[in-house]
Design a protein around this ligand. Structure first.
Ligand SMILES: *Cc1c(COP(=O)(O)O)cnc(C)c1O
Length: 375
């Protein structure tokens, strides 16, 4: 045992950190302003469900509030209560609606339920007239068959009694502007909306905003674009990257032709290779499906100014990178490498793992040290 000072120990703990996530709140605010500009006159809300897509509602919500965002969407009432504490004056909608007997929780925190069935609307009704309950939104299904009242429900139901503050629907194929479902859903919403005349309407998520003016109605609901994900594969990305996710090199080692790398020996070494073993893995949210085998290429990382491939399977806490092409000494134990960030786009990382940016962001683990800048 040595007698290290508390200060030494604290700086050694910093030196010991293995993964880190940096969230650029300034970029989130700029992205919200960009989407707000594209919404051209419609109010721009922010979808902050799932802890602001995994990035931390505690930091994201105040930054967006300060920038002028006045309406937020969450998925559940529990999320709504957390966001209420962060944005006392904001309008908060709960997308998943109300479970039976949960109504008072909504009133307590001023949460507006997005009602999506006759049952929900009927159980809200007595509650709405007997207390100072918050207003509601009505979700109408226009073809996604996820949540929402059907056209026939709307006929059967006297919506005036509920006095909804918003009527909304959700697009199934907004990321593909050529999909005929978009126009069909738009027409259906326009028809259904006539039954709740005078009520503001909302249809567009991030990708929906790019579909054109007809889709924007009175309020737009971007989520992924705020966090730097490309809303549509068919349009240039209008937003800037938000997250940088880095891991640290634990060891650099040499491998010879015929050697294999990692679990399952899925990847055989073909040339004299230098491997950088990075202390990050699927426990940090680095997708296991981003690994590579002899027949499948995987994700890329960015080390000392170059893109390098992941080799073999991703473990719980470790990844192997092929750094043979880097100059000698360019990758050393202790160096940070970029796994997602300005040089390894979250959409590219997602594609390499056969998934979407949403799942990558929501999945970034609690083990990574988090820091926020800007905002
Ligand atoms: C998640 C969600 C959004 C936001 O979608 P993005 O594609 O992330 O912009 C909007 N509306 C509803 C109903 C949602 O569930």
């Amino acid at each position: 045992m040595t007698d290290a000072s508390a200060e030494d120990v604290s700086s050694a703990r910093d030196a010991a950190s293995a993964t880190r996530l940096t969230v650029d709140l300034g970029a989130i605010v700029r992205n919200w302003r960009t989407m707000s500009g594209l919404a051209a006159g419609a109010e721009c809300a922010a979808v902050v469900k799932a802890d602001a897509y995994g990035l931390g509602a505690e930091a994201v919500v105040p930054a967006l509030s300060k920038a002028g965002c006045g309406t937020f969407f969450v998925a559940t009432a529990a999320e709504g209560s957390r966001v209420r504490a962060l944005a006392p004056d904001a309008i908060l909608y709960v997308l998943d609606g109300v479970f039976p007997n949960a109504e008072p929780a909504f009133a307590a925190d001023g949460l507006r339920p997005v009602l999506s069935s006759i049952e929900q609307a009927e159980s809200w009704m007595p509650f709405a007239v007997s207390t100072d309950a918050p207003p509601v939104a009505l979700h109408v299904d226009t073809g996604m068959n996820r949540l929402g009242l059907n056209a026939s429900d709307l006929v059967a139901f006297d919506t005036e009694q509920l006095a909804p503050a918003l009527v909304m629907s959700h697009l199934a194929c907004a990321d593909d502007p050529h999909h005929p479902k978009n126009a069909a859903q738009l027409r259906t919403l326009e028809t259904l909306r006539a039954r709740v005349s005078g009520v503001p309407a909302s249809l567009a998520n991030s990708a929906g905003i790019l579909l054109g003016e007809a889709f924007r109605f009175d309020l737009v609901r971007p989520g992924i674009a705020l966090y730097g994900g490309r809303p549509s594969r068919f349009a240039a990305n209008p937003v800037e990257p938000v997250v940088t996710f880095e891991g640290r090199i634990a060891q650099v080692r040499s491998a010879a032709p015929g050697d294999t790398v990692g679990y399952g020996a899925m990847r055989t070494i073909r040339r004299s290779t230098r491997l950088a073993i990075v202390a990050a893995g699927y426990a940090d949210g680095y997708m296991r499906a981003g690994g590579s085998s002899d027949t499948r290429t995987g994700a890329m990382a960015f080390v000392a100014g170059r893109h390098v491939p992941v080799m073999g399977r991703v473990s719980m806490d470790l990844i192997a990178l092929d750094v043979t092409e880097l100059p000698d000494g360019a990758a050393r134990a202790g160096d940070w490498v970029e796994l997602i960030g300005p040089n390894v786009g979250v959409d590219d990382a997602a594609a390499a793992a056969g998934t979407i940016s949403y799942e990558i962001l929501c999945g970034i683990g609690r083990r990574a040290e988090r820091s926020y800048r800007g905002g």
